[in-house]
Design a protein around this ligand. Sequence first.
Ligand SMILES: CC(C)(COP(=O)(O)OP(=O)(O)OC[C@H]1O[C@@H](n2cnc3c(N)ncnc32)[C@H](O)[C@@H]1OP(=O)(O)O)[C@@H](O)C(=O)NCCC(=O)NCCS
Length: 155
Amino acid sequence: MSIWPQSVVRVEPMRQRDLDEVAAAEATLFDFPWTRGNFADSLQTGHSAWVCRVDRALAGYGIMLLALDEAHLLNLSVLKPWQGRGYARGMLRHFFRTARRNGATRMYLEVRPSNSRAIALYQDFGFVRVGLRRGYYPAGEGREDALVMASDIPP
Ligand SMILES: CC(C)(COP(=O)(O)OP(=O)(O)OC[C@H]1O[C@@H](n2cnc3c(N)ncnc32)[C@H](O)[C@@H]1OP(=O)(O)O)[C@@H](O)C(=O)NCCC(=O)NCCS
C-alpha cells in the first residue's frame, strides 16, 4: 500500500480568481494566446468555462459556447507538464456531458491544420472535418486556415 495520498482531479467552473493563472498558462501554450481580457469576456458572456485541477495545480482549462442545439468548443488546453496523461480526453468527455445536458446535439470546433495532436484527439472523439475557414488564425507570416470539425453528441 502506498503511503502517498492519491491525487484528486477535479473539473470545476472557471472563476474570476482563476483568470491570472489561466492567462499565464495560455501564454505558455500558444504563439497567439487569448488574453486575460478574452477569458474575462468569456466568463462575462456566460460561456461554459472550466478548469481542471490536480490537487490544487492547474492542469487544463476549456471554454464552450452553447447556443440552442449547438455547442462550440472555443478553447481546450492542457498545460505542458500535464500533457499526454489523458486530461484532454477527460475534459472533452466533460464538455460532451455538459453540452448534452444543455440540449446540444452537435459540437463544433476550429483547429489549426498543423495541430496534428489535437486533430488526432478530436477524430478519436468522432469529430470529422466539415469545412475550412481561410486565413482564420494569425501566424508567423500571414495567416493560417482553420479546419472546422463537428461531431454529433449522442443522447
Ligand atoms: C492538444 C492537447 C489539448 C492534448 O492534451 P493532452 O492532455 O496531452 O491529451 P491526452 O493525454 O488526453 O491525449 C489524447 C490524445 O491526444 C493525442 N496525443 C497526446 N499526446 C500526443 C503526442 N505526444 N503525440 C501525438 N498525439 C498525442 C493522442 O491522440 C492521444 O490519444 P491516446 O491517449 O490514445 O494516445 C494539448 O496538447 C494542448 O493543450 N496543446 C496546446 C493547446 C492546443 O493545441 N489546444 C487545442 C487547440 S484546438
